[in-house]
Design a protein around this ligand. Sequence first.
Ligand code: MRU
Length: 332
Amino acid sequence: MIDQRKLPNEEIYNTYRTPEEVAAAIKTMVIRGAPAIGVAGAFGMALAANNSQAKDREAFFAEMDLVAEMLISQRPTAVNLPWAVRRIQNFYRNQKDTNLLVLQNKILEEALRIFDEDVRMCRQMGENGAPLIEEGKTYLTHCNAGALATAGEGTALSLFYEAQRRGKKFKVIASETRPFLQGARLTAWELGKNGIDVTLVTDNMVGHLMRLGKIDGAVVGSDRIVANGDVANKIGTYGVAVLAKHHGIPLYVVAPSSTVDFDTTDGSKIPIEERPDEEVTAFFGTPSAPAGVKVFNPAFDVTPHELVEAIVTEKGIARAPYSQNLKKVLQR
Ligand code: MRU
């Protein structure tokens, strides 16, 4: 895995050999972004299978089930993590007649399938959503919903990559994304590397820019979209959504079906991860607040579906009413 904590200053790849190491990489954000942590979770399960010394299926399943819970518990908001891990669990539970050694290999194959499917879903979201990116316009994106956040080209950013391939000229504004700086460190780096015209702003500049008419649309990813269309995404997305509504600017959410959680009825029920104080009180090791100050550091917020113009998935684009149309588009 590329160590995303070190970007853009250093491009370092880490190798992990145990599910515990993968779990720590997820927790500490070496790898981050909803689809990417889902794929990492699947590979964590494949490593557990590969490393297992269990002698029979029962012992093997018990061991694997413990690893599954351990992996899932690392980050609570993005549903892609439990989605991928549970898929591996269902996979081995349904392989009734398979010998244990064969099963261990088959689990790796299933993890690789999850990886490949994510790559394809990214491409498909790009193709479905690229028509929303208009010639000569400027789009805001928040956090990093690109190649770094997925196995493929990204969710929100896949629209830009596909629009670019189609020869469109457009501009992107990346908001910094306090406190972890995914916008500054990752999105600005990723888009710049891929030749997309990107301008970095701090989060508190977005309202001003919208008022000046400098933003034509906002395109973001999601960590969990629930049955009524409410969207959890990186902290700050809700503020962008309210501002966009006020200024008559469309907000597009781009996410694969692995991000959609029909079991949760509305956004108030989405668990919101709280992260360590130091992310807010220091800039990557350098203190930027008085020692001991009280801190609140939620990593995500929920944008109510009324503020969302459209949800782009790999299966098509859903528009309101989301409680009906999301299911229709996803054929679930
Ligand atoms: O805390 P992070 O960096 O994992 O949060 C990531 C986001 O909020 C992204 O916008 C989201 O995962 C969608 S990206 C494909």
